[in-house]
Design a protein around this ligand. Structure first.
Ligand SMILES: Cc1cc2nc3c(=O)[nH]c(=O)nc-3n(C[C@H](O)[C@H](O)[C@H](O)COP(=O)(O)OP(=O)(O)OC[C@H]3O[C@@H](n4cnc5c(N)ncnc54)[C@H](O)[C@@H]3O)c2cc1C
Length: 393
């Protein structure tokens, strides 16, 4: 279940070297990207140069072929230091390129993955639509066969990194089937006629990496860019696609862990130094219990995340562990960052301390990649062994 001691030792070493690298490279400007709402392009360039964007991509495609556990540790450590840079890493490690690695043909992998590793290509993902968020299978973007390719028409919402991405993995309906039937995925490239990206709406957290709308108007995409053709007679193509995002949930949880750890460490340090009533506030039981509860929740999240990573690594097709990990970590990080801010008193509320940024950054986790309500639906479905139709009959 958990990793063995050899793996633990190797992972510990990897964690230590990652921690040093990300602290040296990314800590100084972590607040800057948030304040300026600027994409940390220089950090992405450095990650590409050092091969980190290809951490989990197989060696035959230019990556390092590291395990899901390595990706998890890496995301946690980057997120602890610079959340906006972690968003870039999550997209590269567990986003569309992971789906391509799992589902793509050898020709597609050879064409796209080495350039993801080098940083030349950046993939965004277009699943959500203005009218289809949690209800993914309500999506209405279509891919219609024409000649040697497909005409894509529709609109996508909230595409992370969409301002910078060069390629977009777009979920679309390949024919007239309804619901989950007929949903497949196709790669649309920036610059293809009939495709435009929209503007980024100002937002609460993760402000260095924006989400944008994608607009497709009879955009012609060659057949070679179809990752998974929609199956009109079954839900299989949709299920295969969704399953390829298991690592994304674990990575999302790992980022929560990183933000929570950073807030927790600051709360411990501050409560040791801040004096009220003539003594450090850590000597009050009320503060000690907050710190103990924070530590407990961080530890629980860590165990769930490592178990989910190990389960995925071993190829068990189980959604439960990854769902538990994301659900628990998404709510844990909100509680922990809030308590850390509380321990800092008014100082925590100011922009001179990073706590308010951490509170803001922690909020989006429970929405993106499946809301915590939808994750609870998944857990319930897995417990009962049946899916509950959410639709009015
Ligand atoms: C930071 C961030 C990054 C994102 N990046 C991407 C991206 O790169 N690509 C992409 O395609 N999408 C992305 N998304 C979109 C994300 O997947 C959607 O926000 C999410 O699926 C929810 O959809 P919605 O926002 O339309 O909310 P809705 O689906 O409208 O839900 C509104 C509320 O109702 C609840 N709800 C809905 N149905 C049920 C139900 N059956 N039972 C109980 N409660 C329910 C939801 O949980 C939520 O609280 C991102 C979102 C965020 C916040």
């Amino acid at each position: 279940m958990m990793s063995n001691s050899v793996l633990d030792a190797e992972l510990d070493e990897f964690r230590a070297s990652t921690k040093k690298f990300v602290t040296d490279a990314f800590a100084a400007k972590a607040a800057y990207w948030d304040e300026q709402e600027e994409f940390p392009a220089e950090n992405r360039d450095l990650l590409a140069k050092l091969g980190y964007l290809g951490l989990v991509i197989p060696e035959e495609y230019g990556g390092s072929g590291a395990s899901i556990a390595h990706a998890t540790v890496f995301l946690e450590e980057v997120s602890r230091v610079c959340f906006n840079t972690a968003l870039i890493c999550q997209l590269a490690l567990n986003g569309p390129s992971r789906a391509i690695e799992i589902l793509g043909t050898t020709e597609q992998k050879t064409r796209w993955l080495p350039k993801c590793v080098s940083g030349e290509y950046m993939f965004g993902i277009g699943i959500s639509e203005p009218g289809a968020g949690s209800a993914v299978t309500d999506l209405i973007t279509t891919a219609t066969e024409q000649g040697d390719g497909w005409l894509v028409t529709g609109q996508k919402a909230f595409c992370t990194g969409g301002e910078q991405a060069t390629h977009f993995l777009v979920f679309a309906r390949f024919g007239k089937a309804a619901g989950a039937k007929g949903i497949g995925a196709i790669v649309v490239e920036r610059g293809m006629p009939g495709f435009e990206t929209g503007h980024a709406a100002p937002k609460m957290g993760g402000r260095g990496v924006s989400e944008v709308d994608l607009f497709f108007d009879n955009c012609h995409v060659p057949n070679d860019n179809v990752l998974v053709p929609g199956d009109l007679n079954s839900t299989k193509s949709f299920r295969v696609l969704m399953n390829s995002f298991g690592p994304e949930r674990v990575g999302n949880a790992a980022m929560c862990l990183g933000v929570a750890q950073a807030a927790f460490e600051r709360a411990v340090a501050y409560s040791s130094e801040r004096t009220q009533f003539g003594r450090p506030i850590c000597e009050f039981q009320g503060i000690q219990w907050k710190i103990a509860d924070m530590a407990l929740q961080i530890h629980a999240a860590k165990l769930m995340i490592m178990q989910a990573a190990t389960t995925l690594e071993n190829g068990f097709p189980r959604a439960l562990e990854a769902t538990y990990a994301k659900l628990y970590a998404n709510e844990m990080v909100q509680r922990v960052t809030n308590e850390a801010l509380q321990i800092h008193g008014h100082y925590g509320y100011t922009r001179e301390f990073p706590l308010e940024r951490m509170v803001r950054d922690s909020r989006g986790f429970a929405l993106g990649g499946g809301t915590t309500e939808i994750l609870r639906n998944t857990v319930a479905s897995l417990i009962y062994g049946r899916s509950f139709d959410q639709r009015r009959s």
